[in-house]
Structures are given as structure tokens and as C-alpha cells.
Design a protein around this ligand. Structure first.
Ligand code: OGA
Ligand code: ZN
Ligand code: ZN
Length: 375
């Protein structure tokens, strides 16, 4: 069927019959459906209808089927002989997976907001290098938006090597891989020793990076603890406490902007984006690269007070996770969902050095689907 995800184990077809609505099917387990003729023609997997190497669709379904095919069950397949001479064969397990009555299953978990006492999944570095460990990491990342790798080697660029197992590094104006430490002439608050309140990186981009990985090489300075809070959870808390504030923050686009000698990257978008069901699509909270507030004057006070409430909820003890990264640990998080920050540190008390990079969420989901093929 030109399909890499397994489908062969589904129940066999026991009946196939032409009706006025299409082809009525029944499987061994009693499940039934009726598939319209055009749907069946559209999904033909022969080499003329689906490219044998790329597996991509070649057939274009622009014309209704005027004459019904003849229908037969043979060798676990539904065979259709169309009136123009074309022949289609569908594996019964493949059809079973795609019957309209089945709920779509996926190897990729849905996002699940953190609950009280949430603790991130911890995966040993050597386990991450195995399919099971990688799968556990990917699952936690997509479900919780945060996962910790422990006991990794203290070598430069390990963050890039780990990230490249998943997908190509997402480069930004700070490079494909960045060093987080206090630097002379910093162009970003992260490259100082100041505390960073909770934020997402790069909300000034039309598409901020999805996944951030921070690999700790040195953390001897006093202070510098890492902070995290789940946007999915905090948005729910805001909805409970003040739905009008949630409406303001999710319906009012504001400006974000980063500027240095070579860049001026700017984006207008709300702090919270929700989907039509009210679920969080993305957060854009980063107070130091928020640009001038350009709103009708009569909306400003209400916006500031909604912003203050959201800020308090994020920084409340109930919602914040705090711990020190140890050298050899890598924290990864969904930058568009889970906010991160750090406590101030004293650069004179010891070295602090993280290396970071970004990945696309699509690549995490893709790896998980590929790993799920072999179960
Ligand atoms: C960053 C950042 C956190 C840290 O580099 O974007 O937020 O712990 N760093 O230094
Ligand atoms: Zn065909
Ligand atoms: Zn950051």
C-alpha cells in the first residue's frame, strides 16, 4: 500500500458489496463501513496512482465515478475492477485503519498540562542513545514539554550531537548553536549574569524555535538555578481566575523586537494564542524584548493589568519548577509552551557555561513515528 507504518495485522475483510453509497465492507471483528467510490479510486495504491518510490499520491480526484467497478475479496485484499480497465487492490488491514468510524491513532502523544508536583522525566544519556530511551525522551517532550537528560559527557558540542540525532539544528540570529555564559559586550540578557524571569526565546520571530536544548558543561557559580513553568497549565489557571484577562491577552496583538548592529527582527502577535477549542497553541512572553505598546489608549490599562496577572501566575510558587542543572545534564523544553528562566548568578564565584541549540517539533514527532514502526 506504499505505507511504512504497519497495517498488516488488522482483521481480515469478510464481506464487500456494492451499494448505492459505495462499497459496503465488513471485517472479521464485526466492524462495518461504507466507502464512497471516489474515495476508493482516490486511494488506489497502484504504481500509476501512487509513486512507487516516493509513496506520494499521483491520482487527482476531480471527476465523479460514473460507472461502478466490480468488487471482489481475494487474498486479504479488496479488489476493484473499474469500468475503464483500471484495477485497485486494498489490503484489508490498511482499510481497517482508515475506516471513517475508527478514531485516528497516533504514536505522538497529546500535550498534557503539568499537575501539582510535576517532575520531569529523567533519561540517562546512554539510554537516550538507544531506541527505547530516545522514545521515552520524545514522548515526554511532546507530552510534558520538558525532559531532562542526565549523566552525559562533559564535552563541547554534545548538545549538537544529541540534537542531530533528532533533526537538523534550527539556526537563528544567535547561530545554530549558542554558548550561554556571561560575556563582554552582550547582545542578549542571557549572555549576562542577571536573573532571567520566565520567558520564551525569540517571540520576535514569526516562527519562534519550537524546542530548546540547554546542555550544562559548567555550573560552579553561586545562583543560576533554572526555572520552568508550563504555559498550558498557567493558561488554564488564568481562564479559571479571570477569563476576561485571558481574552485580552489572547486577542490583542502586541509587538516584540530585537535589535543589534546587524539585525532588527520584529513580530506582532498576542502573548497567548489559543485554538478554536481554547487550547494553547503558543505563548509569547518575554518582557525584555517586548516593544513599545501600540494600542488604542483606552485599551492600555486593561492590557497591563491582564499582563500583570499572567506574570504573577507564571512566577507563583505553585507553577514554577526550580532546580540546578548539573554538568553533564541537558534540559530540553518546548519553547512555545514551557517558559524558562534562571536565577541571577555571581560570575566571580565560579564558571557557568551552557551550550544550546533549537529543533523543530515536527522532527520530534517524526522520530517518534519512525521508532513506532518497529513495535
Ligand atoms: C537562554 C536562557 C537560561 C540559563 O539562553 O535563552 O534563557 O539558564 N538561558 O542561562
Ligand atoms: Zn491505481
Ligand atoms: Zn531563554
Amino acid at each position: 500500500m506504499g505505507e511504512l507504518t504497519p497495517y498488516q495485522t488488522g482483521p481480515a475483510l469478510t464481506q464487500a458489496m456494492l451499494t448505492q453509497h459505495g462499497v459496503a465492507l465488513e471485517w472479521q471483528d464485526g466492524e462495518q463501513t461504507t466507502l464512497p467510490l471516489l474515495w476508493l479510486r482516490d486511494h488506489c495504491a497502484c504504481h500509476a496512482c501512487r509513486h512507487p518510490q516516493t509513496r506520494e499520491r499521483l491520482y487527482l480526484p476531480l471527476e465523479a465515478i460514473s460507472e461502478p467497478p466490480t468488487v471482489a475479496l481475494l487474498d486479504g485484499h479488496l479488489h476493484l475492477n473499474w469500468q475503464d480497465g483500471h484495477v485497485s487492490a486494498f489490503h484489508s488491514g490498511w482499510l481497517y485503519q482508515r475506516r471513517p468510524e475508527a478514531s485516528l491513532t497516533s504514536a505522538v502523544p497529546n500535550a498534557k498540562p503539568w499537575v501539582d508536583n510535576f517532575a520531569p522525566e529523567r533519561i540517562n544519556h546512554s539510554d537516550f542513545l538507544t531506541p527505547q530511551g530516545e522514545k521515552a525522551w520524545l514522548t515526554a517532550m511532546l507530552r510534558d514539554g520538558l525532559a531532562l537528560i542526565t549523566d552525559g559527557p562533559l564535552v563541547e558540542e554534545e548538545v549538537s550531537r544529541l540534537a542531530e540525532r533528532i533533526g537538523p539544528l534550527r539556526a537563528t540570529n544567535f547561530g545554530a548553536r549558542f554558548d550561554v555564559r556571561s560575556k563582554p559586550n552582550p547582545n542578549n540578557a542571557a549572555y549576562t549574569a542577571v536573573g532571567l524571569p520566565l520567558h520564551i526565546d525569540l517571540p520576535n520571530w514569526c516562527q519562534p524555535p519550537d524546542i530548546q536544548l540547554l546542555y550544562c558543561l559548567q555550573n560552579e557559580a553561586s545562583g543560576g538555578e533554572s526555572l520552568f513553568a508550563d504555559g498550558a497549565r498557567v493558561v488554564e489557571a488564568l481562564r479559571q481566575q479571570d477569563p476576561a484577562a485571558l481574552a485580552i491577552l489572547s486577542e490583542t496583538p502586541i509587538d516584540f523586537r530585537f535589535q543589534d548592529e546587524t539585525h532588527d527582527i520584529s513580530m506582532r502577535a498576542p502573548v497567548i494564542t489559543l485554538d478554536s477549542a481554547g487550547n494553547l497553541v503558543e505563548m509569547r512572553l518575554n518582557n525584555w524584548i517586548r516593544d513599545a505598546l501600540h494600542l488604542p489608549v483606552e485599551q492600555m490599562d486593561a492590557w497591563y493589568s491582564a499582563y500583570a496577572l499572567l506574570w504573577k501566575l507564571f512566577h507563583s510558587e505553585a507553577h514554577q519548577l526550580e532546580f540546578s542543572l548539573r554538568p553533564g545534564q541537558m534540559i530540553a523544553f518546548d519553547n512555545r509552551r514551557v517558559l524558562h528562566g534562571r536565577r541571577e548568578f555571581d560570575p566571580n564565584s565560579g564558571a557557568r557555561h551552557l551550550q544550546g541549540t533549537y529543533l523543530d517539533r515536527d522532527m520530534l514527532a517524526s522520530r517518534l513515528r519512525v521508532l513506532a514502526r518497529n513495535v
